[in-house]
Design a binder for this molecule. Structure first.
Ligand code: GLN
Length: 485
C-alpha cells in the first residue's frame, strides 16, 4: 500500500511513532496528484516546494515531542474559497483569478497551528454556486469513478481529491449541500457541521446565514479528526457559537443501541431514484440489527425547501457579491467610459452565467415591489422547516435520508437546465435552512459501480450522535471503496 492510500488516523499514528515522515507522506500525495490530476482536474493550484517545507516543519515539531494535534504532518487539501495568506484564492472565478489574500481564514490558522500540511487549492463551482463544478471558470473536475461524470459540487475538487488519493483529507464548504452531495457522488464521507460551530472568518461568503466550512475524509474517523481541529468559537465571526466542543474522534463508539432513527417519507418518493432509496433503507435495516430503531416520520414542508433555499441564497449572494466591483478586489475591465461603465463591464466580464443569474434573482426578490411576495415568504418557510425538524427531534435522535437523488450524472447533462441542476440539492438544502449538522456516508453502488450516499441529520450541535451512527454504519457496511484510476 502506498502512503497516500492510508487514512489520516492511521498516518497520524505512523507519524507519531516516527515510522514515516511527513515529508515522505506529503511527497506521496503530491506524486499521486501528478499521476492522476491531468485526468481528474481536482486542483487549481499546488506548490510542492511550499508543501514540502511545511512538512519538514511538521517533522521537526513531531521530533521535538511538541506536536499536540493528531493532524501534525497530515496533508490537507483546501477548497479555493477559503482564504490562504500569500496563496491564490480564486473561488474558481475570473473575478478573483489573480487574488492573493493577505490573511488566513481561521480554519487555516488552526490547521497551521496543528502542524497540518496544506497540499493546495481545490476546484469548485464559481463562488460555490452549483452542483457539478461545471461552473468553475477554469475547468470541470471529473468523477474518479467515471471520468465522463461530474464529481458533484460545489466542493467537487475536494471530494474528488480525497476519493482518488490526491489528498488524505480536505476542507469544503456547504451552503445547500456542497459538502454532502459531492461526498456522496465520489464515495467519500463529508460533514456539514452545525451552523456556528466552525468559524466562517476568511471563507468567501456566498449566503452568510447558510454557509459552513466542513471536513471530507475517506472514513468517519478522519472526518471526526478534522472537525475536532476546526470547530470552536471564534471572536472574528459574529455567528460563531461560544460553547464547549468536546472531541468527536474520542467519542466514536459505534454503539447505537436504543437510538431512534427518523425516516421522513418526503425524502424517499418523487425525484429520488428508487435504487438510492432502497440502498439507504437496506443500511437502516442493518443498523436496526445493531439495536437502533427506525421510526416513520413526516416533514411536510420539505416540498417548499428548494424554492425557499434558492430565494434566500440568491438574496444573500446578491448582497455579498456587491463588493466585486473592480475597485476593491480582483478583476477590472479595460477601456471603460467612467465609473458606472467600469462597474458594469467588470461585473459582466468577471462573473460567469450562473453567478450573474443568481445576482439578478437575488436583487429581484429583495426589490421593494417583490420583497413581501418572495423573500419574506421564504423566510417564513425557513421558520416552518426548522420547526418541523425541531418537533421531529422530540421523538427521534437522528433522521436518515438519501444524500443525492441519484448517482453522479454525466458532464454536460444538466448545464443547460438550471432547474434540473437545482434539483440535485433536493435532499440537502433543508439541513442548511434549519442550521443542523449532517453527514453523508457511502451506502451502496449502482450496477456500474457508482457510489450512492446516505445522509444522517442530527440535532443542533449533536455531531457526536450523527458521527457515531455514521461510524456504526461504516463498520457494518464496509469501508471506502477505491476508484480504479
Ligand atoms: N448546489 C447548491 C447551490 O448551487 C449548493 C451550493 C453550496 O452548498 N455551496 O446553491
Amino acid at each position: 500500500m502506498k502512503l497516500y492510500e492510508y487514512n489520516a488516523f492511521e498516518l497520524s499514528e505512523m507519524l507519531r511513532k516516527r515510522e514515516i515522515s511527513s515529508v515522505e507522506l506529503t511527497a506521496s500525495v503530491l506524486d499521486r496528484a501528478d499521476e492522476v490530476d491531468g485526468k481528474v482536474n481536482a486542483y487549481l493550484k499546488t506548490d510542492r516546494e511550499l508543501s514540502l517545507k511545511s512538512a519538514e516543519n511538521a517533522d521537526k515539531l513531531i521530533a521535538s515531542g511538541e506536536a499536540k494535534s493528531r493532524l501534525a504532518g497530515i496533508p490537507v487539501g483546501i477548497k479555493d474559497n477559503i482564504s490562504t495568506a500569500g496563496i491564490l484564492t480564486t473561488c474558481a472565478s475570473k473575478m478573483l483569478e489573480n487574488y492573493v489574500p493577505v490573511f488566513n481564514a481561521t480554519v487555516i490558522e488552526k490547521l497551521n497551528a496543528a502542524g497540518a500540511v496544506i497540499t493546495g487549492k481545490l476546484n469548485m463551482d464559481e463562488f460555490a454556486m452549483g452542483s457539478s463544478t461545471e461552473n468553475s471558470f477554469f475547468k470541470t473536475t471529473k468523477n474518479p469513478f467515471d471520468l465522463t461524470r461530474v464529481p458533484g459540487g460545489s466542493s467537487g475538487g475536494s471530494a474528488a481529491a480525497v476519493s482518488c488519493g490526491e489528498a488524505v483529507i480536505a476542507l469544503g464548504s456547504d451552503t445547500g449541500g456542497s459538502i454532502r452531495q459531492p461526498a456522496s457522488l465520489c464515495g467519500v464521507v463529508g460533514l456539514k457541521p452545525t451552523y456556528g460551530s466552525v468559524s466562517r472568518y476568511g471563507l468567501v461568503a456566498f449566503a452568510s446565514s447558510l454557509d459552513q466550512i466542513g471536513p471530507f475524509g475517506r472514513c468517519v474517523k478522519d472526518v471526526a479528526l478534522l472537525q475536532d481541529e476546526i470547530q470552536g468559537h471564534d471572536k472574528m465571526d459574529a455567528t460563531s457559537a461560544a460553547r464547549s466542543y468536546p472531541s468527536l474522534y474520542d467519542s466514536l463508539s459505534g454503539d447505537v443501541a436504543g437510538l431512534k432513527i427518523g425516516i421522513p417519507s418526503e425524502y424517499y418518493g418523487e425525484g429520488v431514484k428508487p435504487e438510492v432509496a432502497e440502498a439507504v433503507m437496506n443500511c437502516v435495516s442493518e443498523l436496526e440489527k445493531r439495536g437502533a430503531k427506525a421510526v416513520p416520520i413526516s416533514l411536510p414542508s420539505t416540498k417548499y425547501a428548494l424554492s425557499a433555499y434558492y430565494i434566500i441564497a440568491c438574496a444573500e449572494a446578491s448582497s455579498n457579491l456587491a463588493r466585486f466591483d473592480g475597485v476593491k478586489y480582483g478583476y477590472r475591465a479595460k477601456d471603460c467610459d467612467g465609473l458606472i461603465d467600469m462597474y458594469e463591464k467588470t461585473r459582466s466580464e468577471g462573473f460567469g452565467r450562473e453567478v450573474k443569474r443568481r445576482i439578478m434573482l437575488g436583487t429581484f426578490v429583495l426589490s421593494s415591489g417583490y420583497f413581501d411576495a418572495y423573500y419574506k415568504k421564504a423566510k417564513l418557510l425557513q421558520k416552518r422547516i426548522a420547526k418541523e425538524f425541531e418537533d421531529a427531534f422530540k421523538t427521534v435522535d437522528v433522521i436518515v435520508t438519501p444524500t443525492s437523488p441519484s448517482e453522479a450524472f454525466k458532464i454536460g447533462d444538466k448545464v443547460s437546465d438550471p432547474l434540473e441542476m437545482y434539483k440535485a440539492d433536493i435532499c440537502t438544502v433543508t439541513v442548511n435552512i434549519a442550521g443542523l449538522p449532517a453527514v453523508s456516508v457511502p451506502c451502496g453502488y449502482s450496477e456500474a459501480g457508482l457510489p450512492y450516499g446516505m445522509q444522517i441529520i442530527g440535532r443542533k450541535f449533536d455531531e457526536k450522535t450523527v458521527l457515531n451512527l455514521a461510524y456504526a454504519h461504516e463498520t457494518a457496511f464496509g469501508g471506502f471503496r477505491r476508484p480504479e484510476i
